[in-house]
Design a protein around this ligand. Structure first.
Ligand SMILES: [Zn+2]
Length: 295
């Protein structure tokens, strides 16, 4: 996942053009097959070493800097669009979006106002979706079937509403794609701070676990808790989980009960994002990621 291109004022969402070129050169050299995220949903289109690239927010720098690089490398990309900003300063215009669409960019939905959905009620979430779908249809003549949560922030309520309009939805937490997490698919953010070749090597080499159940399952938590249960549906004894929030990483007590890990954190998570990253090394790195938003 990328956001901005050559906008060095924003290192946490920017990638420099030479970094992007180095990423695409590496991935092409390694024989990765680039497919659109919408094709990830069809298992028969998935081959070994499939990879998808997405861009969020439709900044002008994608159109001016990023898109020509992706075209040069013949890499198809998906753009998740929040419609309220279109035509504003540093954002693409509808004319530029139409041009990008004609040049093969897959355009999908990222709400109208880019609000964090867990703080909205069902009706407000539905309004965000309907307003943006309408604008996209009117201006581009297409109806998106995929969605990306603003800030990667999701809740059970948001997920329910989103599933009534879209075939799949994406977060912003690290992890390998799995069809079993259809409405909270992870993506590896790539930016100036996390944009080295080692980062792209790690991100492109990860594999998904078959299926993981995490409890609590609601990614939005109003009352923070210290106890979590992950069921990997396989022997979990070689799986390690790294958990962090804005205050840093947690010390934790992990109890392994066959396919399950019971994790007790040494302190309550603070307000904001709480991230789980669980990995197993076995002929490759298997990676499960999850993100909670603590109110
Ligand atoms: Zn966004």
């Amino acid at each position: 996942m990328y956001h901005r291109f050559d906008e060095i004022k924003y290192p946490s969402t920017n990638i420099r053009e030479e970094q992007l070129v180095s990423h695409l050169t590496y991935l092409k050299d390694q024989g990765f097959k680039f497919i659109l995220v919408k094709d990830l949903l069809f298992p028969d289109k998935l081959q070994e070493k499939s990879i998808s690239i997405t861009i969020d927010d439709a900044y002008l720098s994608f159109y001016e800097v990023g898109l020509p690089v992706f075209e040069k490398f013949e890499v198809p990309v998906t753009l998740f669009l929040n419609t309220e900003n279109i035509g504003g300063q540093n954002y693409m215009s509808w004319g530029q979006l139409k041009d990008a669409l004609n040049r093969g960019v897959d355009i999908q939905n990222h709400t109208h106002s880019h609000s964090s959905l867990p703080t909205l009620n069902e009706l407000e979430i539905a309004n965000e979706i309907e307003k943006s779908q309408k604008l996209i249809l009117e201006n581009l003549g297409i109806t998106p079937n995929l969605f990306a949560y603003p800030f990667g922030e999701n809740s059970s309520t948001a997920q329910n509403v989103v599933s009534q309009y879209f075939d799949a939805a994406f977060g912003q937490h690290s992890g390998a794609f799995s069809i079993n997490q259809k409405y909270f698919i992870p993506r590896f953010p790539l930016n100036e701070n996390y944009g080295s070749i080692d980062r792209i090597k790690d991100a492109s080499s990860v594999l998904p676990f078959n299926n993981v159940d995490i409890q609590p399952s609601n990614p939005y938590q109003i009352e923070p808790i210290t106890r979590y249960v992950l069921d990997f549906q396989e022997d979990a004894s070689n799986i390690n989980c790294f958990i962090s929030d804005f205050q840093g990483s947690f010390n934790q007590t992990t109890t392994n009960l066959s396919s399950k890990l019971l994790i007790e954190l040494n302190r309550l998570p603070v307000k904001g994002r709480l991230r789980f990253n669980c990995t197993k090394v076995n002929n490759g790195i298997f990676w499960f990621g999850y993100q909670y938003l603590i109110n």
